[in-house]
Design a protein around this ligand. Structure first.
Ligand code: NAI
Ligand code: MG
Length: 520
């Protein structure tokens, strides 16, 4: 019943996150464990679970209640060093990993995906417990997407060809795509499992070894995945997974001289710091940062679809999406009706226990994030935007925020410029195509954008004019593994997913051989 209900909802949203995952019918009957046991709390280094060298731990909080779930190992600089050494050893020339056939690397990813499929219900429950996202999303969106992403990358290792080059003279010259080496990967808390898989996939496919630092709010599913990596048969040191904070643990991974590439997903503020540090040692860097994505609704759209998808574009995942459609520009002719329908939809949004079947919106990740959102809501009111729904904390337990809607938002309001990362929708009015393209592009960010219109010609013109890494037309959040994702401007550097991501995990080597014998 639950999966039927949710599949319907996902199809309605056009959300393609579940593509190529296992068919629902292949799954055993779903039993939801509202209190999944936490089985792994230690650092995963060299295929062993170890305590932090200092012995210290930190608390992991359930955002739906504010209660402590468990404590996990708190990695320090010394532990980062241990993990990097393991990754460096695994990358040594002649090691098991370096000698492994490319297709065998793919088999490891297939195996890991199979194990995630086996443990899908447990992983989804653990993700919901730790992150607060509705179980129906963890189960039907996040974990199936992880499986799809790993299977996508599993097909790549034996298909990354070099080229033979037509060099002048008696030479034979060819290129090889080689792994960049030891990679440091840092992920945030909004999609703990998905982002973990976006990082593991290209790193393993290209033959790199990695140290992944989980977010300090949401380490539980990543530490369980470590166990699956061991079970899948990865050689020791290929994937190391550690939990720790940003300023010490994360920063020491970024600075480590034996790490050749940093891949970071998180705030623009931290992304800039990481970019500066990484540049000191000329490390390769991919940064997937914040956004303030414009969603443009033209009068000739299908209004039902546009209202529902605009709601989804902003509110999905409690509004905690880097690509959230957080500036909804609506053409003047349909503005009033769009606002009215959006009010109705927002009022219907069901907030509550993330394990309940009917819940659409769970808690924000932390007290700090909740306070940031409330502060931005206050600024919206002060700046003169019209608050039409919500605007407050929901209840006094956990970190819930009411689904909130502002209309008559102006371009210079803080809520139209800053990333809110919460369930707060901004509706702005526009008149012409030229005007809306210019206003949509007037942002330091450039992660995603969308257009709602039945006029395909106009949609293409607008899509081409938008300065954003992903543009969705009459849909939102299409995250097929084959599609690249990343930002223009201060939304980042490089691309995640897709074959484009593989470039940033590989170096091009050119080998040139002198040919001494000639027969022509
Ligand atoms: P953050 O950028 O501080 O944290 C993300 C990751 O970076 C975490 O693993 C953290 O431990 C690590 N980190 C923090 N400081 C670091 C440093 N100096 N060196 C190395 N690693 C470091 O994000 P935070 O504080 O959790 O959220 C702040 C805002 O960032 C949010 O309100 C939201 O606007 C944005 N954000 C964007 C995300 C995205 O998907 N692009 C994800 C999470 C947050
Ligand atoms: Mg931070």
């Amino acid at each position: 019943m639950l999966s039927k209900l949710v599949s319907k909802q996902i199809i309605n949203h056009g959300l393609r996150l579940t593509t190529r995952a296992a068919s629902a019918s292949a799954q055993p009957k779903l039993v939801i464990d509202r209190k999944p046991p936490v089985k792994f709390q230690k650092l995963f280094i060299n295929n062993e679970f170890v305590d932090a060298s200092s012995g210290s731990t930190f608390e992991v909080i359930n955002p739906a209640t504010g209660d402590v779930i468990t404590e996990v190992a708190d990695a320090s600089e010394k532990d980062v060093d241990r993990a990097v050494k393991a990754a460096k050893d695994a990358f040594r020339l002649g090691s098991e990993w370096r000698r492994m056939d490319p297709a065998a690397r793919g088999q490891l990813l297939y195996k890991l995906a199979d194990l995630m499929e086996r443990d899908r219900a447990y992983l989804a429950a653990l993700e919901t417990l730790n992150n607060g996202k509705p179980f129906k999303d963890s189960y039907n969106v996040d974990i199936p997407h992880c499986i799809s992403v790993l299977r996508y990358y599993a097909g790549w290792p034996d298909k990354m060809n070099g080229k033979v080059l037509p060099v002048a003279g008696d030479f034979f010259s060819y290129t090889r795509r080689e792994p960049v080496g030891v990679v440091g990967q840092i992920i945030p808390w909004n999609f703990p499992m998905i982002l973990l898989c976006w990082k593991i996939g290209p790193s393993v496919a290209t033959g790199c070894t990695t140290v992944i630092k989980l977010d300090e709010h949401t380490p539980l599913t990543g530490l369980y995945t470590a166990k699956l990596i061991e079970e899948a048969g990865f050689p020791p040191g290929v994937v190391n997974i550690i939990s720790g904070d940003g300023p010490h643990c994360g920063a020491s991974l970024v600075k480590h001289p034996d790490v050749h590439k940093i891949s970071f997903t998180g705030s623009t503020q931290v992304g800039k710091l990481i970019g500066i540090e990484a540049a000191k040692l000329v490390k390769r860097t991919t940064l997937e940062l914040g956004g303030k994505s414009p969603n443009i609704v033209f009068a000739d759209c299908d209004l039902d679809t546009a209202v529902e998808m605009s709601h989804f574009a902003l509110f999905f995942n409690q509004g905690q999406c880097c690509c959230a459609g957080s500036r909804t520009y609506v053409e003047e002719k349909i503005y009033d009706e769009f606002v009215q329908r959006s009010i109705e939809r927002t009022k219907r949004r069901k907030v509550g226990d993330p394990f309940d079947e009917s819940t659409e919106q769970g808690p924000q990740i932390s007290h700090e994030q909740m306070d940031k959102i409330i502060d931005l809501i206050e600024s919206g009111k002060k700046n003169g935007a019209k608050l039409l729904v919500g605007g407050k904390r929901e209840g006094d337990k956990g970190f819930f925020v009411q689904p909130t809607l502002f209309a008559d938002v102006e371009d210079d309001h803080r809520i139209a410029r800053e990333e809110i990362f919460g369930p707060v929708m901004q509706i702005l009015k526009f008149k012409t195509v030229e005007e809306v393209i210019e206003r949509a592009n007037d942002s330091d960010y450039g992660l995603a954008a969308s257009v709602f219109s039945k006029d395909l010609d106009k949609s293409i013109v607008v899509s081409n004019g938008l300065r954003a890494g992903s543009v969705w037309v009459n849909t939102y959040d299409n995250f097929d593994p084959v599609a690249p994702f990343g930002g223009f401007k201060q939304s980042g550097l490089g691309r995640e997913k897709s074959e484009y991501s593989l470039d940033s995990y590989s170096e091009t080597k050119c080998v040139t051989i002198k040919i001494s014998q000639r027969n022509s």
